[in-house]
Each structure stands twice: as C-alpha cells, then as structure tokens.
Design a binder for this molecule. Structure first.
Ligand code: GLU
Length: 476
C-alpha cells in the first residue's frame, strides 16, 4: 500500500526531474518548459452496449513536442487517471531522448477493465476511442503515434490502425499511425518480445561492466543469479524467459495479483505462464511454494529484482526492507521518489525505467520506419549477403579439402555463416545496439561526475540535455 507521505506518480517524476535539473546549467525558463505537460485531452464518449449507453473516460496527454510525432502507449485500466497519464507521457519524452528514438513523449489511457467486456464490445469501444483521438490528430502518422501498454496489445492496435485508415482513405502512410500491430497488419517481427528483450540486453550490458557490478556488490555473470520478477505480463514474461533460457539466470520468485511463487531451484517460466493463462493466477501451481502475500516476496533475498507490473510498488512503506542489490525497472515508475532516496542511501543500484523498458519504443521506432518506407527490413540485402558469404565458404571448403585433418571447418559454421539476417535478426541487432549505446551514455555521466551518484539521475541528465538541445535548435 502507498505510504501516506508519498507523492503522487506525477510528483515523483517531477521530483526526480528536479533533482537532475539542479545539477544542470539550463537557461532560465527552459527547465519549466521541458518539465510541464504541453496538453492533456480528456474525452468522454458513449457506446451502446448490452442495451444501454455506457460512458467511458479516456485521455491522451502530450508532454513534449520538441520532436514529432509524439509517441507512447495507450493503457486500459480502471486505475487510469490524468495524473498517471501525464507522468507516463513525461517518462516517454525522456525515454525516447535517451535511446535516440526521434519522438516527443505522449501517453494515453482509457478507464476500462478489458475483462469486463467481450471481444466484439472491446472492438467497438476501441474504435470509438480511436475515432475521438484521430479526429483531433491525437492519432496520426506524423503527429501522434500510440502503441500498446498495460491492458492493450496487438489486437487493439490493429483496430486502431484500421479505424484511422477508414477515416483517412487516401493516406499512403496510414499504417504508421500506430505501432505494435500484428505482423500481418503492418507490424514488425520482434515487437511483442521487445520490452522484455530490452530488459535482458540492459542487464547483459550492466554485467559487462565490472565497476557497475561492484557498485551493486555483485560479481561474475548473469549465469546462476537469483531473479525475482513481479508481473508475468508481456514484459515480465519475456524478460524472465530470456534471462533464464539464454543467460542461465534462476527465476526464484514470481509475483502476481493473487500472490507469489518462490523456489530456490528456479521456476519454469513457461510452465507458470501456461498455468496463469489456464487458471487466471499463480494459485495452485504445483512445483513451487505459494504465498498469498505477494508483495512480501519483493523483500526476499535475491540478486536482481525486476518490478514489471504497476507503479509505486516499491515505496516508503517497504523500501528499507528490499534486499535486492540490483533493481531493474521493467515497469514505469515502480519505485517512488521517496523509496528511491531510501534505496540510494542503502547503496541499491537501480537501472531506471526510462532506460530499462525502452526496448518497446525502440522497436516501435523500427516499425514506424518500416511502415513509412513500405518495405520489410532485410528484403533488399539478405540474399546478396548470403551470396557473398557463399563465396568465402567455397574458398574455405577448398582449404578444408587441401589441409585434410590439419584443419576442418567447425560443425554448423557453414549454415550459420551463410544465413543472411532476416527482419527479426535485424530488429534484435538494432535493439541490442540501442540498449548498449544508451547504457554507455548513462554510465559515462554516472562515473564521470562527482555530483551524480545514481543511474537514474544520470539518465535524466542525458535525456534532458538532448531535449534542451532540440528546443534550442527550434529557436525557443
Ligand atoms: N507503452 C510502451 C512504453 O511505455 C511502448 C510505447 C511505444 O512503443 O510507443 O514505453
């Protein structure tokens, strides 16, 4: 539960922003210009469902238009409110700047519990919401490009794209009005896994840096590290799956809305996910210990804690009991400003949300570029790349024949080397590069300045500096 003294989510974001800005030398007024949300549009619309008119409340907030289009997801949840949407929009501005996705920040939300409605009803609600936003250019390929967030996914994005297309029948770039679409409706390979994949790439990069690991009191590789994940939705699931399957991490705890599972031997992420899909929660899962007190598992011993669900789950009420030396914020705003302070003093290293979960918007950027260029990545070059590799392999084969037992090609080398990169490989490569580069930019500030003692402040410094440069270039 939220602590009484706790600031709201938006205040938390502002406090963190202010902490960073105090260390910068921005011209008067620019600081406020960057901090405030430019505009938030509230819409109330009615949809006739089940024989009566239901009124829905939705928001689209635009935080900063230093670059256009502005970008950010649309979430469906009964907890959506203006304060939250504005906080999330601000985080989008900083996130995009940090990973150099050429967008301003925006966010949307609809007060609806998707579980209350069937598919046909949700489609009608979504199309109506999309209509309201599109008619005000709050969905538009060059102005404002939404994406999935909590409670929405590929299906909702397909409805939104189609709604926009119906309203703009001659717009050749209509598909670029939203990202996170299904592959057969203008989407891109690897978008669904992207945020979780980004969390994995972020941790890999962190573990490459001896100095950074030492700051958290960690050593060695990801292999064998104990990980607790909160939320096995799209982001938490993919992060946990990739870290356990590909990096040898041990998922020792999974926290869900109906409690948590833990096992020192490590949990089978796919089995837990399948159980949740079938039974609606983790309760009853056979191969682990279950506790109804889910939040208490955030406080268990582990090496890495991944909050991948809601905001403010680590707050002034539990911060001093968190034992993880490393927290990576897969969700937006999971650590309140108050908790951040407590953890910083304790020496906990936090990989901040605006970097940690930027994989989603990074691959959204690739999808948007794909839609505007009207061609799949890799389509032109793949076979040519393969043909050139074939030339080398043929020469190597000659050498292989000639040298006999003295030298042979490694098994699988030929097929691995010959395979040119398809869209998925290119997307992952672009995402990996983005995550590494952005991490380096943060850590340079973290280690390079005496007055910066944490990654979050470093991330804010890097991104605010970029946003400020854009405003200066605009002549503001
Ligand atoms: N909703 C995601 C986020 O918070 C993705 C946004 C996007 O792809 O535009 O970053």
């Amino acid at each position: 539960m939220k602590h009484l003294q706790e600031p709201t989510f938006r205040e938390s974001v502002d406090l963190m922003f202010n902490r960073a800005v105090a260390l910068m030398d921005l011209e008067p007024g620019l600081e406020e210009k960057i901090r405030v949300c430019n505009a938030t549009y509230t819409v109330r619309f009615g949809v006739r469902l089940r024989g009566k008119i239901h009124t829905f409340v939705g928001y689209r907030s635009v935080h900063s238009e230093h670059m256009e289009p502005v970008k950010g997801g649309i979430r469906y949840s009964l907890a959506v409110n203006q304060d939250e949407v504005e906080a999330l929009a601000a985080l989008m501005t900083y996130k995009c700047a940090l990973v150099e996705a050429p967008f301003g920040g925006s966010k949307g939300g609809l007060c609806v519990d998707p579980r209350d409605w069937d598919d046909v009803e949700l489609e009608r609600i979504t199309r109506r919401f999309a209509y309201e936003l599109a008619k005000r250019d709050l969905i538009h390929p060059s102005q404002n490009v939404p994406a999935p967030d909590m409670g929405t996914g590929e299906r909702e994005m397909a409805w939104i794209a189609d709604q926009y297309r119906r309203m703009n029948t001659t717009d050749i770039n209509a598909r670029a009005c939203v990202t996170g679409k299904p592959l057969n409706a203008g989407g891109i390979a690897g978008r669904v896994e992207a945020t979780g994949r980004g969390v994995q790439y972020a941790l890999r990069e962190f573990f490459r840096q001896e100095e950074d690991k030492a700051a958290a009191g960690l050593t060695g590789k990801l292999d064998g590290k104990r990980v607790i994940v909160q939320g096995l939705g799209n982001v938490g699931y993919h992060a946990a799956k990739f870290l356990s399957e590909e990096d040898g991490a041990r998922i020792t705890g999974i926290i869900e809305h109906d409690g948590a599972l833990y096992s020192d031997d490590g949990l089978d992420v796919d089995a837990v996910r399948a159980w949740i899909m079938k039974h609606g929660g983790v309760t009853g899962f056979p191969d682990a210990t279950h506790t109804a007190e889910g939040a208490a598992v955030l406080e268990h011993e582990c090496d890495i804690l991944i909050p991948a669900a809601l905001e403010a789950v680590i707050n002034m009420g539990n911060a001093d009991r968190i034992k993880a030396p490393l927290i990576i914020e897969a969700a937006n705003g999971p650590v309140t400003a108050g908790a951040d302070e407590v953890l910083r003093k304790k020496g906990t290293v936090i990989i901040p949300d605006m970097y940690a979960n930027a994989g989603g918007v990074t691959v959204s950027y690739f999808e948007w570029v794909k839609n505007l260029s009207h061609i799949r990545f890799g389509r032109m070059g793949r076979r040519q790349e393969e043909a050139r590799h074939e030339l080398i392999v043929r020469e190597l084969e000659k050498l292989d024949d000639h040298l006999g037992d003295a030298w042979t090609m490694s098994p699988n080398f030929k097929e691995q080397y010959l395979r040119g990169a398809g869209e998925l490989e290119l997307v992952r490569s672009g995402l990996d590069d983005t995550m590494r580069t952005a991490y380096q930019s943060m850590r340079e500030v973290w280690h390079g300045r005496d007055d910066v003692t944490d990654l979050r402040t470093a991330a804010y410094l890097v991104s605010i500096d970029k946003v400020a440069s854009s405003y200066r270039a605009l002549g503001l």
